[in-house]
Design a binder for this molecule. Sequence first.
Ligand SMILES: [Zn+2]
Ligand SMILES: [Zn+2]
Ligand SMILES: [Zn+2]
Length: 953
Amino acid sequence: MANSYKETMNLPQTDFAMRGNLPANEPKRLEKWAEEDIYHRVLEKNKDGKPFVLHDGPPYANGPIHIGHAFNKILKDFVVKSHAQRGYFTPYIPGWDCHGQPIEHMVEKTLGPEKMAATSQPELRKLCRDWATKYVNVQRDGFKRLGVNAEWDKPYLTYLPDFESGNVEIFKEMYLKGSVYRGRKPIHWCKRCHTALAEAEIEYGDEVSPSIFVRFKMDLMPGVFEAAGAEGDAYVLIWTTTPWTLPANTAVSLAPEADYVMVVADGVNMIMARELVEQVAEVAGWEGYRLVANAQGEPVTLKGKQMCGLTYTCPVRQDLKGTIIYGDHVTLDTGTGCVHTAPGHGQDDYLVGIEFDVPLLMPVDDNGCFTDEAGRFAGLDVDAANPVIIEWLREQGTLVAKQEINHSYPHCWRCHEPVIFRATDQWFVSMDKNSLREDALRAISSEVTWIPEWAKNRIGSMVADRPDWCISRQRSWGVPIPVFKCAKCGETVATAETFDAVIELFRTEGADAWFTREPREYLPKNTKCARCGGTELVPEKDILDVWWESGVTHTSVCKHRAAEGLTFPADMYLEGSDQHRGWFQSSLLTSMGAYGVPPYKSVMHCGFTVDEQGRKMSKSLGNGIDPAAVCDKYGADVLRLWVASVDYSQDVSISDGILKQVSDAYRRFRNTFRFLLGNLNDYDDAAMTAVAWDDLEPIDQYMMAKTAALLAEVEASYETYKFNNVYRLTYDFVNDLSAVYMDVTKDRLYSEAPASVRRRAVQTVLMNILEVLVRVLSPILSFTCDEVWEHFPPAVRTRADRACSVQLAGWPKRADFAPALPGEAACAEILGTWEQVLSVREVVTKALEDARTAKAINKSQEAVVRVSVPPSTLAQLEQFDAAVYEELFIVAGVAFEASEDAEEASARVEPASGEKCPRCWNFRELGGNAAHPDVCARCGDALDAIGYSASAE
Ligand SMILES: [Zn+2]
Ligand SMILES: [Zn+2]
Ligand SMILES: [Zn+2]
């Protein structure tokens, strides 16, 4: 008999599957989106909205996407979709960085040296373009699979003609202002890759180097030491870790304010910093050394500054004289306080060399071999030079000591070999000539919003300290430096007119034309050298640094594609934190240099992806996570949920274990949606609009207020890009929903008559929750929310004004809640009251659990609870009927009593005296009504309402 009642219950019904089977279903949904053209439809819907342009930074088109790419693109998708959902107009043009040495390197490797030698520059460029195109396609497919909305069919590519011309526009502006110059300066040089490297192309790694102490013979014994009785030759004792730079030595730098003394050891007089004497004595193994002292026995000292101008014989080039100078770069933490200075081989050396007008020698060629300028070492490879030079110094008797040290040394980002610092003729952007540094720093500190805020200091200190930007590279695959050289006198020819001609050339034919066309074919007829009047012009051979190219996307994309709704400056740039050194900076410098304004209003950075132990992902560690494999195993929505769950401003951990946890969380969200949809199957618009606020039970009103509060908090979190708050708020909400509201209202949903006000009230609340959750989660769980949208109750799904996709549904509004919410203050009061009520529920739940464990009861429905609370709490609780608490605690009866000495609530559980209703399993008085005497009164009514008759069975 009891079983037959099962059919009279309103059990959940939905074809929204319990298991998402995302790996199989997401690709189908992608096809649907492509068919619907969802990207453009969202734009169309928001076309009159305020624009919000997230400008995509270009990944390098070389290899498939990795988890770091996926992390970044998904974050961008959150930003774009959460804005679009809120009504902003959000064009998002993805892009790729296609030029540059890594691709050229791969093509070179594939060709092999023989074929490479037989390949012309235009042919090589074509092969590079093919390579880049292949990986643009691979990466695009990878990004699409993640559910990212973008203008995928019209991305920007740095090798497209229109893009290439943008480089020249910026170069023109900056060149004509005098910010670009050609100079001989030490730069990082990779002799294997044969090119200059920018700071952003350098990685630091440990390297063992020789550390040697060498004495240079001075021309004179300084008078103060002579007066104190020093006799014979005087030497200055230097220290260096790069013996191979000694052939370029032209100076020794001292610390200006430090005290220098003369050490006499093994019969030799050597000048060095007083503070370092003991340290050096230990390394050199001096026994019985002494300092030259005055009559009182005090060591004679000279300030570094006071020795400026003294001369010595250069250590390798003994035909040259070196000079003693000073500079603040000299420190006394190690060495001798006397720094070997080769202006051609170091940044500090270069600057101090200019200050004291010391000659710059550059005895190393492009291949890293010594030239004739290196004297006896000419022809030697610098890699092999250290031991040879050290041995030679030993033979000369000037090597005082030698050790090995392990220190951080710059390496090439491409071939990972140590690089050298070497002066060459290069093109530079001056940081200071036109106050570019100052302007950029001002923009960083007061014109751009940094997310997180502390990133401001990071990029700020980088810009404050950076040297001039070396923008030339000696490679083929890139955009040429758009200037000409006079064949007759070597003068650079570059004017507004020549630049304009090149802009037009690149725009129409692409930069390839630079290598295939003669300048006279495209330059204005009267173009000639300003110095000698020569008309034969040779195009510059160097190409632009790729960081320059990606740096000008603000022009080549944001400005050139304004017709598609892009704006300059963009609202946001969002990349990995390493881009403070790279793209954020090159974009800022080119924009400030050309236009005097930053290219972005805000910059957000994300950390690196690391494994569970915080280690970088690498092939050798085998800890890499492939985004495609994650999509095949868990689905893109699980990966997206992971992105939402982390604090993206820091390095973020991902592993299979972490993904398993996230997929459990995903199931929570999915089950919640399933519960909502299942219980709304017979949702009927007309019936619902009849439910008024006062028809809602107190707990229903509470859930309405709580949902409105969630909406407000989620909105604020999206506004401040705190996606992990969105995750936490919604995750807590669905957990709470299942632990309390879903649990409590099952009785009303399943057992009441389908159209009863009490049941419709719950359904109304559930519909409000569903409408909010599906919309606010759709930027994150894009696939799943779209699926939920399709499974809405038929009465809703078929409405004429219904958006065909949740992405077109718009942001939920407080005003859309039905029935309408009371004011904010009233809602806040409801939430406050319920905080108290729910804390009592926790106590009761615990007591019921204990009673079940002790086998005093089987189910909570069989229990009566007596709850003691402090009198003040009782007053609060008494505003609701006992029935509210019976439902809330899921028990047969509740009695409250005030207890003067209770500080908090306590509960006692007793078995109920009634009988179990065979239909709803509650303990009630049975004998419901005449037609249904075996059930409780409520069930009797419900059975009447649906016209159920036991005899008909
Ligand atoms: Zn290299
Ligand atoms: Zn000339
Ligand atoms: Zn019943």
